[in-house]
Design a protein around this ligand. Structure first.
Ligand code: AMP
Length: 449
């Protein structure tokens, strides 16, 4: 829609009239991640970044919205993600766009557009958008961490990628992890398997769940993954993709299993594991955590997508990757207990009206010291109370006398003697305290990095 056709202005005015002073809330299915919990979130991302860097991955930041075709052609036009959950819209220039529901298709699109040297390893993190029914662990905006490698079909790479996902989750100390593994076949064996599955489902169609009664023809593999009892019962004896693998897919899958075993990674072959995105070929996997509710127990998953780049207009290029749900990782870790505020070292208490604190905090922060201060010319008592609550080890007190003498009073907040230092020696004095163990150790990100 363009210009005057757009109802946006009248909608804005109507909303203003009706809303009055109602406090506004985040949209349904979204949630704020705020301090101190966000420090845990930040720590998980930082640890993933350093693991990915060690394995040669560079960071890829792709747009939060793409041409709709990136997802309809990439993820699959009959998937739930595209048909039911996409936040798509027409922009002011008439382009049909979609908020990204996932990143793999965007990474493949970026590869087609920029053609970096292969093999190309990238990692990412960021929000995804899916119009789902919100519940614990299932949101409309959620966060993923992931990694993708384009350019080789070697099964050793499958092992390496699965190892990264698995060992990262293990390192995050998530209880009750398990790894399900499957192969979906390739362009040679998958079409024949699909026909075989369709022939199996045809006479049972009336027994499937209401949704799959009408939709099983579009995407028969998804019926295997359906959690509803009707589909479970009707397909108990269905042929699985594993039974129909061609010899080269069978060899590939065997190599992946051997490789995982040689690294001590306990993969459980799960013949009905299908996953919801159409681009997967050969290896697919999913990591679940027992701490999550059964219907949403997947912490992450991934697999090979050897046809994706070609589906987006690029040359035949194999690829494999995974994504982990950051919200679910945090839920599974049980991080209700907020991390302490990240390492505040000092708190400036200014009794001169604020100007001294302005200059001192600026100088200390530029020198790499984590420092806070009070505002609004509060009393000494009020400022010291704030200093104490801030978690800092030391209050740096400047009154008119200290300012005149070019000094600061170092007032330990967790026991110890008060001392007076020249204002230009504050950094050195704080470092000396740190050496003596009186400064709080940094927490949050660095703690487990
Ligand atoms: P997918 O991109 O569908 O393979 O999902 C990968 C991972 O992202 C899942 O295993 C979940 O951990 C997470 N995830 C997917 N959808 C949602 C959602 N709606 N809310 C929260 N996490 C999600």
């Amino acid at each position: 829609m363009r210009g005057a056709d757009r109802p946006i202005l009248s909608e804005v005015r109507a909303a203003e009239r009706s809303a009055g002073d109602e406090p506004l809330r985040a949209p349904s299915g979204t949630h704020d991640i705020l301090p101190p919990e966000s420090a845990v979130f930040e720590g998980v991302v930082a640890r993933f970044a350093s693991r990915a860097r060690l394995a040669g991955y560079g960071l890829a930041l792709t747009p939060l919205f793409e041409e709709l075709a990136v997802f309809s052609r990439g993820v699959g036009s009959s998937t739930d993600v595209v048909t039911k959950e996409m936040y798509d819209f027409v922009d002011k220039g008439g382009r049909h766009l979609a908020l990204r529901p996932e990143v793999t298709a965007s990474v493949a699109r970026a590869y087609v557009q920029h053609r970096p040297t292969l093999p190309w390893r990238v990692w990412y993190w960021g929000p995804q958008f899916r119009y789902e029914r919100p519940q614990a662990g299932r949101y409309r905006q959620f966060w993923q961490l992931g990694a993708e490698v384009l350019g080789t079909g070697d099964p050793d790479l499958d092992v390496e990628v699965i190892e990264l996902a698995w060992t990262f989750c293990e390192g995050e100390r998530i209880p009750g992890l398990s790894l399900a593994l499957n192969s979906l076949g390739d362009g040679a064996c998958r079409p024949a398997y699909r026909e075989r599955l369709l022939a199996f489902l045809e006479p049972l169609a009336a027994q499937l769940c209401p949704e799959h009664q009408t939709r099983y023809r579009d995407n028969p593999l998804r019926v295997l993954d359906c959690k509803r009892p009707a589909c479970r019962d009707a397909t108990a004896a269905a042929p699985t993709p594993l039974e129909a693998l061609c010899p080269s897919c069978r060899t590939h899958f065997a190599r992946v299993q051997e490789g995982l075993a040689s690294l001590g990674i306990p993969a459980v072959v799960t013949p009905r594991l299908v996953r919801g995105l159409d681009y997967y070929t050969r290896t697919t996997f999913e990591i679940t955590a027992s701490a999550l509710s059964a219907s949403q127990d997947a912490v992450g998953g991934g697999g090979r997508y050897d046809g994706l780049v070609a589906a987006l207009g690029g040359p035949e290029t194999p690829g494999i990757g995974f994504s982990l749900g950051l919200d679910r990782l945090l839920l599974a870790r049980g991080d209700d207990a907020p991390a302490p505020e990240a390492g505040l070292e000092a708190f400036v208490v200014d009794l001169t009206g604020g100007g001294a604190a302005l200059v001192l905090t600026s100088r200390l922060r530029r020198a790499g010291v984590a420092v806070e201060r009070a505002f609004d010319s509060r009393s000494l008592r009020a400022q010291l109370r704030m200093a104490d609550r801030s978690g800092a080890a030391v209050a740096l007190i400047i009154g008119p006398a200290e300012r005149a003498a070019g000094e600061v009073r170092l007032h330990p907040l967790r026991g110890g003697e008060e001392s007076v230092v020249a204002i230009e020696e504050v950094e050195g004095a704080l470092r000396a305290l740190d050496g003596a163990g009186e400064r709080p150790r940094r927490t949050g990100n660095e703690e487990q990095a």
